[in-house]
Design a protein around this ligand. Structure first.
Ligand code: NDP
Length: 295
């Protein structure tokens, strides 16, 4: 049987297209005399990875013409202080989107903080009301979580027909697995959601026309788990030791890329696949929030 080599999906390019379009929308708003869109980032504590994420979001905002307002609270901040800041930002007309960088440290109650964000400014799409609407037929969330929205946009840009397709989602987290599964259902795919208690993952995955992996397990999905021609979206970002790499380690996804690219019809690489789409979708949500605020 001839070996199939998958189309490698260029997430950086697709993300740049979204970012260019966001910049155009920002220019249009300015030309119409509307205020510059603004995103507030809230970083609690000093988790190094969170710092990097927040700073790359701020940089991306600047490139798109979106103003960013950075707020940093110490890890010792109380629930009342964090929620108090969120409430101030809810009332600040310069702020169209509020991003509270997760995870929150210590005993802080994430759900209560997310609940405090005004749904009109919930550009991360994690407010229980937005998630609830995503899960309900005939209701629409104001914002959809960024990584899942990025996955769907990739599928759309590829021209994948989701209606009636068998989609398998590995992972059921609030941030990725569950919302991406809900989005696929809304697009009329037949969706199977797998998690750590699922049996026979290889067998289930082999049924998938579209396979989305979001488990955080390095290279878990093997070549023989994938139906020939399937579209594979690898959300995972895992750092593994690699003595041959100059840094001594490298990033891999949840999919064994070298094996799966020989079988799949299309695949996202890690890095350079879903990752860049996440920030692009955040900018997109922020400019939409600004458009809604100044409609
Ligand atoms: P979580 O740890 O919150 O969720 C992981 C999910 O995978 C859980 O539902 C868990 O099941 C399931 N799972 C874990 N191990 C297995 C297994 N062996 N078999 C089947 N299911 C399993 O992770 P996230 O959803 O936050 O992130 C997933 C991955 O995506 C991570 O690598 C993360 O770094 C990456 N990520 C990438 C982003 C990007 O922009 N590219 C953004 C966000 C995340 P159970 O529910 O039973 O515990």
């Amino acid at each position: 049987m001839a070996t199939q080599i998958a189309q490698i999906i260029d997430g950086k390019l697709l993300a740049q297209q979204v970012r260019d379009e966001v910049a155009v929308q920002v220019e249009k708003m300015k030309a119409a005399g509307k205020p510059q869109p603004g995103l507030a980032t809230v970083l609690v504590g000093d988790n190094p990875a969170s710092k990097v994420y927040v700073s790359s979001k701020q940089k991306a905002c600047a490139q798109a013409g979106i103003e960013s307002f950075g707020f940093t609270l110490p890890a010792s901040a109380t629930q009342t202080e964090v929620e108090g800041l969120v409430k101030e930002l809810n009332a600040d007309p310069r702020v169209n989107g509020i991003l509270v960088q997760l995870p929150l440290p210590g005993e802080l109650d994430e759900e209560r903080v997310l609940n405090a964000i005004s749904i009109e400014k919930d550009v991360d799409g994690f407010h229980p009301l937005n998630i609830g609407r995503l899960a309900q037929k005939g209701r629409d969330p104001l914002f959809v979580p960024c990584t899942p929205a990025g996955c769907i946009l990739i599928l759309d840009k590829l021209g994948v027909k989701l209606e009636g397709a068998n989609a398998v989602v590995l992972g059921r987290s609030n941030i990725v697995g569950m919302p991406v599964a809900l989005l696929l259902v809304r697009r009329n795919a037949t969706v199977t959601i797998c998690h750590s208690k699922s049996r026979d993952l290889p067998g289930i995955c082999r049924q998938a026309d579209v396979l989305i992996a979001a488990v955080g397990r390095p290279e878990m999905v093997r070549g023989d788990w994938v139906k020939p021609g399937a579209v594979v979206i690898d959300v995972g970002v895992n750092r593994i030791d690699d003595p041959e790499h100059p840094k001594g380690s490298r990033l891999v996804g949840d999919v064994n890329y070298n094996e799966v690219k020989e079988v799949a019809g299309a695949i996202t690489p890690v890095p350079g696949g879903v990752g860049p789409m996440t920030i692009a979708m955040l900018l997109n949500n922020t400019v939409r929030a600004a458009q809604m605020a100044h409609a």
